[in-house]
Design a protein around this ligand. Structure first.
Ligand code: PGA
Length: 265
């Protein structure tokens, strides 16, 4: 049984004050509202896990505002070196010290806006697996790659360049993969349930080919790209989708709560 992960990627949104309010309100809902208490029961049974990824300057506030262990914290990026002359960067040691549980690696905006290469992302993934922070590794094809029939070859290249020579237990127990078709991110266009399932099933089949069936069965695979309360249940009902990476609809606590509610009902 894979634990569902419902993760909010806030990108460059929600400063310190909004982060504190969000955490406070979400915890209040989890402890006091009927729907929230159902989600809290699912959290205790490890049927679901909640992750938020605030910007770097809000991480400490997210940790400070938490009074329960319901919400786990992710950073949105990390450098692969432990320290040094890398102006503007943050290390894994710093994320550990800030009490981050997860870090996003290779989000499409990092790949396409900040030109992060497969080689760099491989180094980031390997460095993260040596730390106490767990990686959420993002992959996904551009619109022209999908229309040219290259979805699978793009996913294969992005994944194999990153997980070549990793041990199966690191992939099965520590890695979370997020499939986010670039054309569906922030555009309002969601992949259809069947398209999202097809891509996530393909990722699982690659894990089986490159590692073994036990690793493939344990690997958690999220879908991301214009997820909203209205489409989340359909996406989550797909057999190879183990959670959601949500951008816009995770910024306000009420739509995030609605998605959490859908995840456990
Ligand atoms: P979106 O973003 O839900 O706003 O499309 C998803 C993401 O970029 O992780």
């Amino acid at each position: 049984m894979r634990t569902l992960m419902i993760a909010g990627n806030w990108k460059m949104n929600n400063g310190i004050e909004q982060t504190g309010m969000f955490v406070h309100n979400l915890e209040a809902w989890l402890t006091a509202a009927d729907a929230g208490r159902k989600v809290a029961a699912a959290l205790s049974d490890k049927r679901v896990e909640i992750v938020i990824a605030p910007p770097f300057t809000s991480l400490a506030e997210a940790v400070r505002a938490k009074t329960t262990s319901y919400i786990r914290i992710s950073a949105q990026n990390v450098h692969d070196e432990p320290k040094g002359a890398f102006t503007g960067e943050i290390s894994l040691l710093m994320l550990e010290e800030a009490k981050c549980d997860y870090v996003l690696i290779g989000h499409s905006e990092r790949r396409h806006v900040f030109c992060e290469s497969d080689e760099l992302l491989e180094r980031k993934l390997k460095a993260t697996l040596e730390s106490r922070v767990l990686p959420i590794f993002c992959v996904g094809e551009l619109l022209e790659e999908r229309t040219d029939g290259k979805m699978k070859s793009v996913l294969k290249k992005q994944l194999q360049s990153a997980w070549n020579d990793l041990r199966p237990d690191a992939v099965g127990k520590k890695l979370v993969v997020a499939y986010e078709p670039v054309w569906a991110i922030g555009t309002g266009k969601t992949a259809g349930n069947d398209d999202a399932q097809e891509a996530c099933a393909y990722i699982r089949s690659l894990a089986k080919e490159d590692f073994d069936s036990e690793t493939a069965a344990a690997l958690r695979i999220l879908y991301g790209g214009s997820v909203k309360p209205e489409n989340s249940a359909g996406i989550l009902s797909q057999p190879d989708i183990d959670g959601l990476l949500i951008g816009g609809a995770s910024l306000a606590v009420d739509s995030f709560e609605k998605i959490l509610e859908n995840a456990v009902s």
